[in-house]
Design a protein around this ligand. Sequence first.
Ligand SMILES: Cc1ncc(C[n+]2csc(CCOP(=O)(O)OP(=O)(O)O)c2C)c(N)n1
Ligand code: SF4
Length: 300
Amino acid sequence: MNTTVMQLPEEEYILPGTRACSGCGLSLAYRYILKALGDKAILTIPASCLTVLHGLYPSTSVRLTNINTAFATTAASATGIVAALKALGKTDYTVVGIAGDGGTFDIGIQALSAAAERNTDFLYICYDNEGYMNTGTQRSSATPMGAHTTTTPTTKIEHKKDMLAIMEAHGIPYVASASPAYPLDLFDKVKEARTIQGTRFIQVNIPCAPGWGFPTEDLIKLGKMAVDTAMWVLYEVKAGSFRLTGRSRSIARRGQNKPVGQYLKLQERFRQMTPEQTDHLQTWVDQRWERFLQRHQVSD
Ligand SMILES: Cc1ncc(C[n+]2csc(CCOP(=O)(O)OP(=O)(O)O)c2C)c(N)n1
Ligand code: SF4
């Protein structure tokens, strides 16, 4: 699939006026995710910025059926919805669990791993703003090394957990990374995932102005710089076959990643990083990129 802007559905599923911050990367990503899902989707969402975006009962800003579930239970809740639809003989719905990185990498991982191990027929989307943003920017295991958060006041020491690799290791049929800075790539991946049976996992990078410390108008610049520096790599693994996609694919073919320092300097959260920490992060990124390149060449 290579959808063009002109081919995007005109239907909007987010109504004007939400409770998300202005310039929220999640709002933008969600708009394209819902366009790709269409109206035959049932969502289940735990406590997060996304429940805030959806609004307070009895009003909502989203035109799809949604269950607000407990923090640890997104994938368990999705499993229940899948079973209920099966019992009712309804086969035309896509069941979608959507959670933040805290609700995925940390507190929701047990239910998610269990559902993936059973190859439950649902799509799980992790929107990864690299912290517990809804409750005031605490660190999660998705927070990158060197970032200041309210629970890492002298910066985080550990590197970001590789959740995509963990999900791939479950042997599920579809795993992909995406970014709202590349909305057509994101749209195509969600559309592709819809057509596949079994557990599908997509992780979307979400630049978050208040949590990361950048001016709201720089949202797309941040998303693009994350990919240009390989802090975020666009790829998919379909039925075990790996390929870089979009901008990451172009860089692999005829380009070079920008130094991570260019990405770090755009954000307040990295202000305390020492030159040694930056070098350390660059080495980590370079080694990871090299592994991606090797997989890409083997599969290309
Ligand atoms: C069991 C439980 N613990 C803590 C909370 C409080 N809480 C609500 S949202 C949230 C942060 C969610 O972080 P994440 O999943 O990364 O989503 P984001 O807020 O970044 O969108 C927390 C800690 C809760 N609702 N339930
Ligand atoms: S804190 Fe970040 S992710 Fe959450 S609504 Fe605000 S901009 Fe969006």
